[in-house]
Design a protein around this ligand. Structure first.
Ligand code: NAD
Ligand code: ZN
Length: 390
């Protein structure tokens, strides 16, 4: 089959690789009909995430048709249309029972490596490094789906791929980020990053009763989408100082809830910490560029919440923990427990409360993947979200 494979920094190729086969009796094989490129994939593309190996198949936002099932799969049948969560979860360990699916104890075969780095191993993730399992991803014609009874959700309603595909990741991620922010009616929420995740964070903040949503980015078409589709007030961090602007907008108190939908590759315009991050990351002296997270902590009102859906990799420099502690902030974060949100969010889509396809700007074939990675990373051609049709 054809698949998008990682070969190093800024080097993604379409390779011909062996078709996946059933390995465990709980596996299914899915013929992929739509698969998206995520901001998380950019951390692989840009070389921030360690333990990628040349030839690894990328992709964790996929859906398609079940073409083969293992002997123990009981909930799926051949021909079912399914969306596949990016988290691989067993469904019955201590953590899955608590619906902490991204913390599943069972599914990372390289758990020992992860334990050394993080203290404990999170769940395996499709196409997301050997540290997180070394599973082949879904930017390919076919995908092996382990624990097929636990992950995939069947789409019975005939809704087109584009409306349901983002149940695999970014819609639940935006929703869980808003939940983690503990929004109360009347709150002002500031959201750093207007990428695909930021857009779903904004939608979800309104669902949870926010009174004001303020969105921060520098890419004009992303800010416009936040303003026009998301009904957010916008701040361009290249045009104005974010702290000063947010204080002016909130009478000096700061936003009640701050959400970092940027993650480990934040940009900063000349601010000392951001320049230092960039230099250190270039020299492999730092694992992350956490400028947005520092800013969120500094801006958040006393007693407020900082929710972090943005992905971080390692040991973060110069975090204002003193500010977080003395202001009494709550910090909540994590990879999304996708399985927890599949049914309620699918219901919202079926009811017509939201059509997640609003973020899609580029629809391409698998063969266009390498160029699509570059266009998405460099924010060229108005690119906000790419969907590939293998
Ligand atoms: P993206 O790269 O398309 O968007 C990031 C946006 O942040 C860009 O528009 C960029 O211009 C903006 N940005 C950069 N520096 C900024 C700053 N200092 N202030 C404000 N905005 C800034 O990525 P995405 O797909 O939207 O994903 C966002 C983050 O969420 C990534 O870190 C991704 O890995 C993470 N993510 C996490 C989960 C999870 O389970 N927690 C799931 C999916 C994605
Ligand atoms: Zn993703």
């Amino acid at each position: 089959m054809r698949a998008l494979c990682w070969h190093g920094k800024s080097d993604v190729r379409v390779d011909t690789v062996p078709d996946p086969v059933i390995v465990d009796p709980t596996d299914a094989i899915v013929k992929i009909t739509s698969t998206a490129i995520c901001g998380s994939d950019l951390h692989l593309y840009d070389g921030y995430m360690p333990t990628m190996e040349s030839g690894d198949i990328l992709g964790h936002e996929s859906m398609g048709e079940v073409v083969e099932i293992g002997a123990e799969v009981s909930t799926l049948n051949i021909g079912d249309r399914v969306v596949i969560p990016f988290t691989i979860s067993c469904g019955h360990c201590f953590f899955c029972e608590k619906t902490l699916y991204a913390c599943c104890d069972t599914t990372n075969p390289n758990a020992e490596m992860a334990r050394k780095v993080m203290g404990h191993s999170p769940a395996g993730i499709f196409g997301y490094s050997h540290l997180l399992g070394g599973f082949s991803g879904g930017q390919a014609e076919y995908l092996r789906v382990p624990y097929a009874d636990v992950g995939p959700i069947k789409i019975k309603s005939g809704l087109p791929d584009e409306r349901v595909l983002f149940l695999s990741d970014i819609f639940p991620t935006g929703y869980m980020a808003a939940e983690n922010a503990h929004i109360e009616a009347g709150d002002t929420v500031a959201v750093w990053g207007c990428g695909p995740v930021g857009q779903f964070v904004i939608q979800s903040c309104w669902m949870m009763g926010a009174s004001r949503v303020i969105a921060i980015d520098r890419v004009p078409e992303r800010l416009s989408m936040a303003q026009e589709y998301g009904k957010a007030e916008i701040v361009d961090f290249e045009e104005e100082d974010v702290y000063d602007r947010l204080m002016a907008m909130t009478n000096g108190r700061g936003p009640d809830r701050c959400i970092d939908a940027v993650g480990c590759e934040a940009h900063g315009t000349g601010s000392f910490d951001a320049v230092l991050d960039k230099a250190k990351a270039a020299l492999y002296l730092a694992t992350d560029r956490p400028h947005a997270l520092r800013e969120a902590i500094m801006c958040c009102r006393k007693g407020g919440t900082v929710s972090i859906p943005g992905v971080y990799v390692g040991l973060l420099d110069h975090m204002p923990m003193g500010a977080a502690m003395n202001k009494g902030l709550t910090l909540k974060m994590g990879q999304t427990h996708v399985q927890r949100y599949l049914e309620p969010l699918l219901e919202m889509i079926e009811d017509g409360q939201i059509d997640p396809s609003f973020v899609i700007t580029h629809r391409l074939g698998l063969e266009d993947g390498p160029q699509a990675y570059q266009t998405f990373r460099d924010k060229e051609d108005g690119c906000i979200k790419v969907v590939l049709k293998p």
